[in-house]
Design a protein around this ligand. Structure first.
Ligand code: TXA
Ligand code: MG
Length: 330
């Protein structure tokens, strides 16, 4: 007999957050929407559930997970020796696409932190997931209960920006009790900015929608390199099956018999016989469509994805960072 995996149950509507919170408290995994990308969530204090997250993702267990919490008031439950500038950043940009790496408290166990003495915390802005976190806290009688969630993709692959993308990629690996919560297309589309806050000044570990200049409005960035190990910052990451090639002009596109795709700002025309994967209208739209464009290339069996990157600082730099990693063959 052929074994077909049970489909993941998809939750929509008003009762979704409560059901999802209950499932997390019971030890199941839940795919959750955030404003950045979809996450594969588990109760951050449940060792077995967290172990399944690593298994489903195919991720080495020494790559730590971000803990998603209800509010900045929960920083001291999860972290110690929190510098003032980190609290200021939290007040300024939470809820939002920013993750703070802090010295951990005893609540942040080795199975979350990969054995490091730091923990990564984020208050997501997506209203549905904020309700899921609240429900988990209610069931556990702990307002600072957290959801440990990496992006809901297989290790090294493209992050999902719709529930469908996450379910397609993970459903064969999930159990019948696991759930997916539909929260629409992610607003931002690239992962949160990760900021190390263990020294006298903040250090950016991963660029995102909270930019260098956003941070510098609150605190001066460190001139030093980070000593913190941030696995997942691998050269090759966010990789679709198709080869990603960065170009400056569509004149560089070379044709073979295989289909090729193009992701480029909308003002750039699509040459004949090229599949247009994305035509973002501005830099925020570029971040929003980046990952779905890379996925579309695989659906359309493109051999090569030609990419013209956005120019400038801020979120454009975060996008170029993702494109570079996607173009690095692993
Ligand atoms: O936007 C996001 O950040 C999404 C959504 C779901 O919140 N999450 C996400 O998680 O991108 P993930 O696991 O795919 O990437 C988190 C990164 C990893 O590179 C990990 O190594 C790093 O954060 N990280 C987590 N905890 C850390 C820690 N204690 N110290 C240094 N880096 C850490
Ligand atoms: Mg990821």
């Amino acid at each position: 007999m052929i074994h077909y995996p049970e489909p993941v149950q998809i939750l929509t509507g008003d009762s979704a957050p409560d059901q999802a919170g209950l499932a997390l408290a019971a030890g199941s995994l839940v795919i959750i929407p955030t404003e950045t990308v979809y996450g594969l969530g588990a109760d951050a204090e449940n060792a077995e559930a967290v172990a399944r997250v690593f298994q489903v993702k195919g991720r080495p267990t020494d790559h730590p997970l971000i803990v998603h919490i209800a509010s900045a008031d929960c920083i001291d439950a999860w972290a110690i020796d929190v510098p003032d500038y980190a609290r200021d950043l939290a007040v300024a940009y939470w809820p939002g696409p920013m993750t703070l790496v802090l010295h951990r408290s005893n609540k942040a166990r080795d199975f979350i932190t990969g054995g490091q003495d730091t923990v990564a915390l984020r208050v997501p802005a997506h209203p549905v997931t904020r309700e899921v976190i609240a429900k988990l806290g209610e069931v556990k009688a702990d307002n600072c209960a957290g959801i440990a969630a990496p992006s809901a993709n297989r290790f090294g692959k493209v992050s999902p920006t719709t529930l469908n993308h996450a379910v397609e990629e993970l459903q064969d690996l999930l159990d019948a009790n696991d759930l997916g919560v539909d929260g629409g297309h992610c607003d931002i589309g690239i992962e949160s900015t990760i900021i190390e806050c263990t020294g006298s000044h903040p250090i950016i570990l991963r660029r995102g929608a909270i930019t260098e200049s956003d941070i510098e409005q609150i605190a001066q960035l460190s001139e030093n390199e980070s000593n913190v190990r941030a696995p997942g910052m691998l050269a090759s990451h966010y990789a679709p099956n198709a080869k990603v090639q960065v170009i400056q002009s569509t004149n560089e596109i070379t044709h073979t018999s295989a289909p090729v795709g193009l992701l480029a700002p909308h003002e750039i025309d699509t040459p004949p016989h090229v599949i247009r994967l994305g035509a973002p209208t501005d830099v925020h739209d570029y971040a929003r469509v980046l990952y779905s464009s890379l996925r579309a290339a695989d659906d359309k069996h493109c051999e090569t994805i030609y990419v013209i990157s956005p120019q400038g600082p801020g979120i454009a730099a975060a996008i170029r960072d993702r494109i570079t990693r996607a173009s690095t063959q692993g």
